[in-house]
Ligand binder design. Structure first.
Ligand code: HEC
Length: 135
């Protein structure tokens, strides 16, 4: 990524970021083999304030079909997680929890992931990977 960013130069990188940022929000649907993951769903939509965890959806967005964050729509600050591979999400959350991934501004993801149990990280990975982008 470093070599690509360097080759783009500052203006090219801004243009590229704008291109992605301006892309329309993808339409999502639950995959056919979707199994409800209530623990993950609660963390995504409500968070757990007793542990200082805001809802994941407040930064990462939520599909229009998922109340109560319908109006909030597509996240701009943080990557969209729906439809990403389960293994990638699980490993990334583990890397944040262990402090091995340090890409998050102000260390917020590291602080959040540290508060999650391994079972919750697995459930969140399962939940987000159960969505498919349909257009
Ligand atoms: C306060 C905002 C905020 C909240 C709340 C939040 N995140 Fe994040 N998250 C971020 C930001 C910003 C990044 C991007 C870090 C970077 O640029 O690498 C990120 C990155 C991630 C990534 C890596 C995405 C990728 O494509 O590599 C995962 C996975 C993730 N968050 C999961 C979660 C989960 C699960 C929750 C809820 C338990 C959550 N986040 C709550 C802001 C947040």
């Amino acid at each position: 990524m470093q070599a690509t960013a360097h080759a783009l130069g500052p203006e090219g990188a801004i243009r590229q970021a704008k291109t992605y940022g301006d892309m329309p929000r993808p339409a999502l649907q639950r995959s056919e083999d979707f199994q409800p993951v209530p623990d993950a769903e609660r963390l995504v939509l409500d968070g757990d304030w007793s542990r200082g965890l805001p809802p994941c959806a407040s930064c990462h967005g939520a599909p229009a079909s998922e109340p109560p964050l319908v109006e909030q729509g597509f996240a701009r600050e943080a990557p969209y997680l729906h439809g990403q591979p389960e293994n990638y999400l699980a490993l990334t959350l583990e890397a944040y929890a262990e402090g091995a991934r340090k890409s998050d501004p102000m260390g917020r993801m590291r602080a959040f992931a540290e508060q999650l149990t391994p079972a919750e990280r697995g459930a969140l990975a399962q939940y987000y990977s159960s969505w498919e982008i349909i257009e």
